[in-house]
Design a protein around this ligand. Structure first.
Ligand SMILES: *[C@@H]1O[C@H](CO)[C@@H](O)[C@H](O)[C@H]1NC(C)=O
Length: 373
């Protein structure tokens, strides 16, 4: 490398650190991120009126695929429609968790329903202390990270990424031949405090690896993680236990039910159509959060072709300090993470010398070739 090239590379690195610091400062200024799960719990019990008058459980009878059983269903804690926002040229995002309406829902930190096409994308950026689950619904998303792993998600594919002590990666929508946008969900899950500094890892889960249960003529469930109507998913994919189901209904009036462990927080997000739960109707793009007062959730579709993701995660009882894509449990630990990133150490050794190949864009032909590699 010539001196001038070295100068250029160092220049880019300073620019990266500067940009990241600025983004971080803005995030820090605009939100007071230091709130604890304990605050959330109090807020939740206040919202649901738990302390004032304990509710009688509502029982719901359903056939779980093996036998007919009765479960008590959880009551709705909070709901709202995720509003679409422009995120620069070529990107629109509906964010539900991670907004002022629902800052976080432990262990979940963020949920985005994204529509993105080139030149928009999420080029080289760091993460620490959390896991991300990307569920690609339409189009193709290419990814590459500084450990050397890379790949492409096709419709129905998922990626589970554990940032652990640190990762820098790039997520870029493929330039599709028909010019359409890619659409998917990205869910951020907190990591237990003792795993914050684990080695980063990636698992791609292909559509064909996720079993689909045809419950009846009008209901199909894709079991991404967990167990639904007697069918188990292939493997555990995240360090923090997460159950993730995609419900697909065809006819209006289709009933559904799903059990969850007691110590899980549960919510659903409507991709298409509308649903009724406990006599309340929720329109398209609603995010609906449940109390922990029952063994599961149950409801009915109120439009034809309704689809939603139903997700639960084990509640983590720990502080959450979030600073952009860095998640820690205390200010002291966050300062260490910033220092590690800034000086390229303790997991961030490659952070400033690495540049992804896909950040400048990737064609459909290149993506298909990359998938075969
Ligand atoms: C499926 O939908 C059709 C049309 O609404 C209905 O007649 C049928 O009973 C439904 N089947 C089940 C199992 O819900």
């Amino acid at each position: 490398m010539s001196e001038s090239e070295k100068g250029r590379v160092t220049g880019i690195n300073y620019l990266k650190v500067l940009i990241f610091t600025l983004v971080g400062l803005i995030a820090f200024q605009s939100c007071s991120y230091l709130t604890s799960n304990k605050d959330n719990k109090q807020l939740f019990s206040f919202l649901s009126g738990q302390e004032q008058n304990p509710k009688e459980p509502i029982n719901y009878q359903f056939n779980d695929g093996i036998m007919s059983k009765s479960i008590s269903v959880r009551s709705v804690l909070k709901n709202f429609i995720a509003i679409e926002q422009e995120e620069g040229v070529g990107a629109r995002v509906r964010r539900s968790i991670g907004t002022m309406k629902m800052r976080r829902f432990p262990p979940f930190l963020m949920l985005d329903d994204f529509f993105v096409k080139p030149p928009a994308g999420f080029p080289d950026h760091p993460h620490h202390g959390q896991e991300t689950i990307t569920y690609n619904l339409k189009g193709m998303i290419a990814h590459e990270d500084f450990t050397g792993s890379k790949g492409v998600l096709f419709p129905g594919d998922l990626q589970f990424m554990t940032a652990g002590k640190g990762i820098v990666h790039s997520e870029i929508p493929v330039s599709l031949e028909d010019g359409s946008a890619s659409n998917g969900l990205q869910l951020w899950v907190d990591l237990p405090a003792e795993l914050k500094n684990c080695e980063p890892r990636y698992r791609d889960l292909r559509k064909k690896q996720t079993p689909e249960v045809k419950v009846n003529d009008n209901l199909t469930v894709r079991v991404i993680s967990g167990k639904s109507y007697g069918v188990d998913s292939v493997q555990e994919l995240a360090y923090t236990p997460v159950h993730f189901y995609h419900f697909i209904t065809s006819k209006k009036g289709t009933e559904f039910a799903q059990e969850f462990p007691k110590d899980f927080n549960v919510f659903f997000y409507i991709l298409k159509g509308s649903l009724a739960v406990n006599d309340q109707v929720f329109p398209e793009h609603s995010a609906v959060f449940f109390d922990t007062d029952g063994e599961g959730v149950a409801g009915t579709s109120v439009s034809d072709d309704a689809e939603f993701v139903l997700i639960g995660g084990k509640i983590l009882d720990q502080e959450v300090l979030q600073h952009g894509p860095f998640v820690e449990t205390s200010r002291e630990r966050m300062i260490d993470v910033f220092r590690n990133y800034q000086y390229g150490m303790n997991g961030f050794e490659n952070a400033h010398s690495w540049d992804s190949k896909i950040a400048g864009g990737i064609s459909e032909a290149e993506a298909r070739k990359l998938y075969k590699e």
